[in-house]
Write a protein that binds this ligand. Structure first.
Ligand code: 13P
Ligand code: SF4
Length: 304
């Protein structure tokens, strides 16, 4: 038995003993995706957290995702194998900035992308993910002014699809901003038959060159169902593991090899094992914040 097989064995045994489930985001490294009970996008993972019968959730993603699981499953123990796995975008709006924004637009409806802190979610009316942002914005009564935080690129995509006027915050994902229009042009020239699938966190210039704009699980579903055999993928490169695994006969090319989220890559098998051994690192959300944040998440789940 080699080192990785031994690690996998130990994790599976301990997982049984603890009645634990391992959830992994589509961007996690291959060995983490392969040992997970479920791999998905932010919406899938929050729904899974809310529904699981496990006592312990080992959450392999970034902090806001584990926090969302803790809000939706307060009776469960939610563990992050590495506490340093934050999301750069989630930290682009501070509580002080948010309260200034609210003073400026006191009568607006606040819609937050799930990539934000629990505290931000608690101050918002609706939460949304990349899979349902259009539906959520469409559910807000027409006469209402909407402030959309923190992702200005996702916000611009929603504006283009809903024709609603959104007030945007200047947040963005540094990983997706590394994908440039010239990258898409180069890959299209090299693989002219490939379909271009991108995430709505990409810049509007990149989105304008795409065949489809989808959440990470949306990209996986579409690639499976499409008759195309080649795809240029405009999102974080970790998703290529799942795409190749589920479609061994198809070809996938990253739009840019630089589109790498280092925080998403902090988890590995050793850390998952330590997490289960020592029950670290538990993620908790203060009750009053969790209660208010849950309202905005529940509204989203009702709409979808
Ligand atoms: P998804 O919800 O589409 O998986 O996106 C999460 C994310 O962080 C993308 O960068
Ligand atoms: Fe956050 Fe971007 Fe990493 Fe997604 S890819 S977790 S938005 S920093």
């Amino acid at each position: 038995m080699n080192q990785n097989e031994k690690l996998r064995d130990d994790i599976l045994n301990l997982k049984k003993q603890r009645n634990a489930i391992i959830l992994a985001h589509n961007y996690q490294i291959g060995e983490v995706q392969d040992i997970a009970d479920f791999v998905g996008d932010s919406l899938d993972l929050s729904q899974k957290s809310a529904r699981t019968n496990a006592d312990v959730i080992v959450f392999c993603g970034v902090h806001f995702m584990a926090e969302t699981a803790a809000i939706l499953a307060p009776e469960k123990t939610v563990l992050m194998p590495d506490l340093n796995a934050g999301c750069a975008m989630a930290n682009m709006i501070t509580p002080r900035e948010f309260s200034e924004l609210k003073k400026k637009h006191p009568d607006a409806v606040y819609v937050c992308y799930i990539n934000c802190t629990a505290q931000t979610k608690a101050e918002c009316d609706y939460c949304c993910t990349s899979a349902n942002s259009i539906k959520v914005v469409q559910a807000v009564p027409k006469e209402k002014k909407i402030v959309f935080i923190p992702d200005k690129y996702l916000g611009s995509w929603v504006i283009s699809q809903t024709k609603r006027e959104l007030i945007l915050w200047d947040g963005y994902c540094p990983t997706h901003r590394r994908i440039l229009p010239e990258d898409i042009l180069k890959k299209k020239a090299a693989y002219p038959k490939a379909e271009v699938l991108v995430h709505p966190e990409c810049t509007p210039e990149v989105i304008a060159m795409a065949d489809k704009v989808l959440s990470t699980s949306g990209i996986c579903r579409y690639a499976k169902e499409s008759n195309s055999e080649e795809f240029i993928i405009g999102t974080e490169v970790g998703i290529l593991h799942r795409l190749k695994k589920e479609n061994p006969e198809k070809k996938f090319y990253p739009a840019s090899e630089l589109s790498d989220c280092s925080n998403m890559k902090l988890n590995n098998l050793e850390k998952i094992l330590w997490s289960l051994e020592d029950m670290v690192y538990p993620i908790t959300v203060p009750e009053d914040i969790a209660k208010r944040a849950k309202k905005s998440i529940d509204r989203m789940l009702e709409i979808t």
